[in-house]
Design a protein around this ligand. Sequence first.
Ligand code: ASP
Ligand code: MG
Length: 407
Amino acid sequence: MALIVQKYGGSSVGNVERIKRVAKNISNTRSQGNQMVVVVSAVADTTDELISLAKQINPKPSSREMDMLLATGEQVSIALLAMALEAINVPVISFTGPQVGIITDNVHTKARIKQINTEKIEGELAKDKVVIVAGFQGKTIDDEITTLGRGGSDTTAVALAAALKADLCEIYTDVEGVFTTDPRIVPKASKLDRITYDEMLELATLGAKVLHPRSVELAKLYDVKLCVRSSFVNKEGTFVVKNQLIEKDLVVTGLAYDLNVAKIGVFDVPDEPGIASKIFDGLAVANINVDMIVQSAMRNNINDIAFTVPKDDLDKALQIVEEIGKEIGASEITHADDLAKVSIVGAGMISSPGVAAKMFHILAENNINIEMISTSEIKVSCIIKSNEVEKAIQALHDGFELDKINS
Ligand code: ASP
Ligand code: MG
């Protein structure tokens, strides 16, 4: 008997018909002799609607109350899915994250899972029930309700799979798997049969929405067998694995883009120890994720520093940087938010020189200006103007011949 964790995203439970179809799918997998734990997201658009409702009432709600509100979305869908299973005589019980012992830190709206107490779930599995768990939520040790960040249900599923030592974690979504890039921009994008944890982690972090980055991190850390597949068509999806097949000589596996990018520039600060630390400590304390950082080549002991943050954190970041800017004598603080990040990712890059050069060449040929660059062993990212993203992704997909990836 295998233990399978399945996760269904918001669109998979988007209406009554779909909820019934998901129930059937669960029932089928169960009748093949599997134990099942099922994680569900809020019904499609619910979370967005709750956020917009909140903002109409208070443009800057506290993150504690935001979590209190957002956690309700998933509570609706677990109950509905449990009812759909009851209706077809499958023994089932649903639980919220806090109920089932998903313990997180206290960073509201982007909490991290610290620990999962599995006894309750195991007890119900032993009674032969399907256990449905609300994704995206947990509680602190002080019983405060938290959420895990947008898309966080994936992380609930993988964390549960790891804690329960499940044999497989299946992420059911509205696409057939992980694609070389967003098929809405590049219709020729191909579905990947396999992708490594490292590549998937880069893609997810760089803006591919298919999996929550933290879920991939956990899958890699705990060796969770992970698969992304469609809840609408019965086709094998994409397996996220440790190592790519060696005979597949891929240099670039996928492209990602992220429109959630804003840039802050800090001009004319002294070139002395502690300046960068002051700026970035301030941002870290406020839990703002800084992504790319560029420091200009120093002249006359004066430096410029530029960096990117998520757009939603721009206001908060500017406030902090303006304060610190005064303290360190910056002459000017600038910002821009009409930017995007395009990235190429591939485990094969480690052993093939010239990949970055080829990317820059393709962008140049298309008259796309690069504002910032960053690289790791398996990725190259460029900041460009957001209105050039589609052109850039198209050109890179063609240039790296990603449509031929499965042939
Ligand atoms: N409902 C949450 C969101 O929309 C979590 C999830 O769907 O994974 O972000
Ligand atoms: Mg998702």
